[in-house]
Write a protein that binds this ligand. Structure first.
Ligand SMILES: Nc1nc2c(ncn2[C@@H]2O[C@H](COP(=O)(O)OP(=O)(O)O)[C@@H](O)[C@H]2O)c(=O)[nH]1
Ligand SMILES: [Mg+2]
Length: 283
């Protein structure tokens, strides 16, 4: 199995950084890749976040299988976890996140109101593993209103609040957590979506995993993209045949790169690599 790029020192630093800031926020925004609603979570998340209210955002919903996205939302909903699916590249995200935040916090807002306290602005910090889309979402939420909140208290030195609108402020430093590495299958899924560096895993294994998955769950997509592909064949044979068919001679790396890139870019259609029926059961 591959060498892990997150070292114990980095992990404890990341954890500390989140824990130092969490006290300043009303709720935590956990960002995952909608194609990996389970595998792109951090294994110690629950411990790190503690009992702060959580909004679980399934980002990159534009790349994920909509049927499975719905199933995952039901799965988390049944556990009392509030979810929202978005495409951070869209402007409509700002409204969606603001509304979800207000809805998540509505009981607290009402309780405070009874005591005569008006909660004006909800504050959150975005946390997630690399590549989940934290920077994209922060930029989207903040727009051009970067760090306007001068000397208001409630941030660790050197940090600021980004104002999204009158209802929402975001800490300018996202919490970057490490992905789950213990499980080989999780690592392969992370590699396929581009969440971990290519050098970490053998590309042949990544490609075979992707081919097997698509043969099982999305065979039509393979057939549409690669007309000559024999779906009955074993994946290593498919790789050999396709490399020849595509005129790459014996350059298998070229096929691995093509296949993985097309998966990441959504050229093979919308897909989700975690399935609540399989993965959720043993979570
Ligand atoms: N299609 C799609 N791509 C996204 C979305 N959000 C982020 N990305 C892309 O995902 C990649 C990683 O995003 P980034 O914000 O840098 O992730 P970070 O490492 O969590 O800060 C970039 O190429 C983004 O353009 C989304 O909702 N949909
Ligand atoms: Mg970033």
């Amino acid at each position: 199995m591959a060498t892990i790029q997150w070292f114990p020192g980095h992990m404890s630093k990341a954890r500390r950084q989140v824990q130092e800031n969490i006290k300043f926020v009303d709720f935590v925004t956990i960002l995952v890749d909608a194609r990996l609603p389970l595998s792109s979570q951090n294994p110690m998340l629950t411990k790190i976040v503690g009992d702060k209210p959580k909004l679980l955002i399934l980002n990159k919903a534009d790349l994920a299988d909509p049927i499975l996205t719905k199933e995952w939302q039901n799965f988390y909903g049944a556990q009392g976890i509030r979810t929202l699916c978005i495409n951070s590249k869209e402007q409509s995200t700002v409204k969606k996140v603001t509304e979800a935040a207000k809805s998540l916090m509505k009981d607290k807002i009402a309780r405070q109101k009874e005591r005569g306290i008006q909660i004006e602005t909800l504050r959150t910090m975005i946390i997630g593993i690399p590549n989940a889309g934290k920077s994209t979402l922060m930029n989207r939420l903040a727009g051009k209103k970067i760090a306007v909140v001068g000397n208001k208290p409630g941030v660790t030195k050197g940090q600021q609040w980004l104002k999204s609108n009158k209802d929402l402020e975001i800490l300018d430093t996202p919490g970057i957590l490490w992905p789950k590495f213990e499980d080989e299958e999780v690592a392969l899924k992370l590699a396929l979506t581009g969440a971990i560096k290519d050098q970490l895993l053998p590309m042949d294994e990544v490609t075979i995993f992707g081919l097997n998955y698509f043969k099982t769950y999305y065979p039509k997509r393979l057939q549409e993209r690669f007309k000559q592909m024999d779906l009955e064949a074993e994946s290593p044979d498919i790789i050999m045949d396709m490399t020849r068919e595509l005129g790459f001679r014996d350059d298998y790396d070229r096929f691995y790169n093509l296949f993985v890139k097309e998966m990441r870019d959504g050229k093979l259609g919308l897909y989700t690599l975690d399935r609540p029926d399989q993965d959720g059961a043993n979570d």
